[in-house]
Write a protein of this length. Sequence first.
Length: 360
Amino acid sequence: MSVQELLQLPENSRCADCGQPGPVWASCRVGVFVCLDCSGVHRISAIDKVKSTQLDYMDHDLVQFMRSRGNQRAREEYEAFVPPFYYRPNEKDCKVLREQWIRAKYERREFTRDGPSLYAVNYKEGFLWKKGRDNGKYLKRLFIFSESEGLLMYYTRNKRSGPKGTFPISSLNAMFQCEKMRQEHGLEITCVQNGHTRSIYVYHEDGAEIVTWYNVLRSARYNYLRKTYPSTPEAELIPKITRSYTKCGYMEKTGPTQREPFRKRWFNLDSEERKLLYYLNPLDPYEQGGIFIGSSKAGYQVAEGLPRGVKGNKWDTGFTIRTPQREFILTCENPREQNEWLQALKELLSLPMSDHDSAE
């Protein structure tokens, strides 16, 4: 069997590490087929050497080795004991998540043995760089997670001075925002406080450390959800541990009378909470406001285009969100952005509302 025939097998048709279709690189010591991006991690680490299945010569022995291994057998070995809360990155995730997943699997061999996970801890403390609320500079802060208290806390100086901020695990969310933060290891942590979404932005110079914090928080969230919803199947709990925004970006919005000037705002669509939140700036700690997006069966709609006679400040492509209470007119920078927002909103509108959602 040739290399090209091996790549046609269903188990080898996607990257062994991120799932991207059509891998064309062979990780020669591990025996898996990976995409270009993941092959770079294999190459620069102590894991492996890689060869292109299209450009490099692969002798008979190497082809036979790849045949004896392959993505499925390697997955059975290197992913045998991945904790249910550990985030498995996909092709769209940021570099630090994919790199640390690959290193954890092959370099540190974290998931080849059964036993307590190093991320499933009751207590963790360490320093992270946190964006200041007023000056925007990143300042070193002490962070402490305590499962017994159900809190993530941070301190400006030391523990004796008391926490500067607290984030209850019950409403905590964490997501990587490397591009928005312009930090290679940028992490946004949010929680709901007094009906508003509070956000802080942190990073650590070491990729392994920031991904460890991320999975420690996911472990805590997983434990909380299991205790709170004991009868809910695990497959339904996993997506609720943490989540990324479905769609983010700038749009223009007008006021309730539709006569106010259009103003540029940053929007985050949180599909889990069914909220379209808007901010003056992308890294603001609190939203300026939000639009609850119910289901189409409950009378919520989105319509492509702007009403007759309505024109944005700088952008003329947009849509209207209709709720039982009022209409919201939003403009987008270009048709591509308009289509992406419409697709994301229509998908959310098609989903049924839960009892919690109905109470909004």
